[in-house]
Ligand binder design. Structure first.
Ligand code: MN
Length: 497
């Protein structure tokens, strides 16, 4: 049973829709389209993410204060504090008081601070950015370049870390074309040369897979093809000497099955019929990725000389894989299941995917629950807050959060993610400043190591503490993360005082 908007929710969206329409009257975009189209499309994208009515309402209003001079008081009076907070979070700093880079970076900082209090702010920004990218061809050249690069360096990695893969893919692929036009053409050319072969191959293997499942009496299976995004292919080609033959996952087959048990049964059928490549089997159901991604992956020899990746998951895992953290947000706003009132039909037309559209639950998985801002995002804001130089802000942002990450484990199996090159010192401070401040030694996979050791993916790290042990000046150079450096400096200056 699809969830439908309650009377209050429909009324809120209707009011925001009418308000924004009036506010943007007579304004046009670079393309010549009415400005209102942009806010309407932003709201549609938000609805597709599955976020709630307040977020959709704020999406409709997101450019009202900045671009058309509606006052904050008016938004507050008509839509309340919560929606005003969301709209203000994505509003840029005033044009008159701030200029150029300073205004731009200041606005980014402001966005992050608001996001650390309410993650819905970031989703409005995501939707806004996605529509701007879809219409980027009309924007003046130099602005186009900035938007495209910023998308690749900041928003796309953020979307990835929040597990919103569908958004991540589209942001990257749209921005790539404008950020690196020559490389884009090069990859596109390679892709065109192989695409016919790829799709024939995928069609053939899909038919065989369906046959194999029918034989086992498993008919309730949805299959789809997924072709690698062009930017993600570009990154892989750079690592594989631009050799398409070394990219195994250019096309993948996806099997969507009713239950978790069926996932493992389906894997059995696949391995019983085709030979899998060794060391390419991944169980992200038993061991989900740190961003929440769940699926079974395997790569098989198809028998005609080629290989293909197969991904197996339930409908719920699929929704989670495509929309990540966004697929939980609507629960926070407490959607009520009610029959659709005929007068709300236009909202269904405006918003083709209403929040929380029924997705069959996996057995034994609780639905709903509060959605909190992830800890790493809060830390990001904390470490960025005191940076005043715009260039430093972008630099540390990239160093801390968007460089390649490694995932290491505590002895209990909790995941800690850190930038590549991190040491046990970074690990200790990522857990707690008290642990860092009293670290006496570290073990990696059970062996004693020096504190300068560079940690690697999958390491199990154990920190020994002693009341009498303390950080030294040297640790600051060894530490890679801002949080560790900051804590060490704080300790040393406290000690000196
Ligand atoms: Mn906008």
């Amino acid at each position: 049973m699809p969830t439908t908007p309650s009377k209050e929710e429909a009324e809120l969206i209707t009011r925001a829709y009418e308000f924004a329409k009036r506010a943007h009257e007579g304004h046009t975009r670079y393309s010549g389209d009415p400005y209102f189209n942009h806010v309407e499309e932003t709201a549609k994208i938000l609805a597709e993410f599955g976020v709630g009515a307040k977020t959709i309402g704020a999406g409709l209003l997101h450019d009202s204060i900045e671009d058309v001079g509606t006052s904050e008081e008016e938004v507050k009076e008509k839509f309340g504090d919560e929606i005003l907070f969301l709209v203000k979070g994505v509003t840029k700093l005033g044009r008159l008081k701030y200029r150029g880079v300073e205004r731009h970076v200041g606005s980014l900082q402001k966005l992050f601070v608001a996001t650390s209090q309410d993650i819905r702010v970031l989703f409005i920004k995501f939707a806004d950015r996605l529509h701007n990218l879809r219409t980027l061809e009309y924007v003046p050249e130099e602005k186009r370049q900035r938007i495209a690069l910023e998308t690749l360096e900041i928003y796309a990695p953020l979307a990835y870390r929040l597990g919103v893969r569908k958004l991540h893919r589209e942001l990257e692929d749209l921005a790539f074309k404008y950020a690196y036009p020559e490389d884009y053409e090069k990859v596109l050319h390679l892709l065109k040369q192989t695409s016919e072969g790829t799709s024939k191959r995928l069609d053939k293997i899909m038919k065989s897979i369906k046959k194999a499942f029918a034989k086992e009496g498993m008919r309730n299976i949805r299959t789809e093809c997924r072709v690698k995004g062009i930017y993600s292919l570009y990154k892989k080609l750079q690592r594989k000497d631009w050799d398409m033959d070394k990219v195994y996952d250019i096309g993948a087959v996806r099997l969507i099955v009713p239950s978790v048990n069926d996932c493992y049964r389906a894997l059995g059928v696949i391995h019983g019929t085709w030979r899998p490549l060794p060391n390419r089997i991944r169980d992200y159901i038993a061991f989900e990725k740190p961003n929440g991604y769940k699926s079974l992956h395997t790569t098989i020899f198809t028998g005609d000389g080629s290989i293909v990746e197969v991904q197996i998951r339930t409908e719920k895992m699929h929704r989670g894989a495509e929309y990540g953290i966004a697929s939980h947000i609507s629960y926070k706003e407490g959607f009520k299941k009610k029959m659709l009132n005929p007068s709300f039909v236009w909202i269904r037309q405006l918003l083709p995917y209403w929040p929380g559209e029924s997705v069959p639950a996996d057995e034994n998985t609780p639905s709903g629950g509060q959605i909190n801002v992830p800890l790493w995002l809060k830390q990001l804001v904390e470490t960025q807050q005191n940076i005043t130089e715009p260039q430093d802000f972008i630099k540390t942002l990239k160093a801390d959060f968007f460089e390649h990450r490694i995932f290491v484990f505590t002895p209990k199996g909790d995941v800690v993610d850190l930038p590549v090159g991190s040491s046990p010192i970074d690990f200790a401070y990522a857990i707690h400043s008290d642990i860092g401040d009293h670290m006496a030694g570290a073990k990696v996979n059970g062996k004693l190591v020096s504190l300068e050791t560079k940690l690697e993916n999958g390491n199990i790290v154990n920190i020994d503490t002693k009341e009498s042990s303390h950080p030294t000046q040297k640790w600051i150079d060894v530490a890679k993360t801002s949080i560790a450096k900051k804590s060490i400096k704080a300790f040393l200056s406290k000690e000196a005082a």
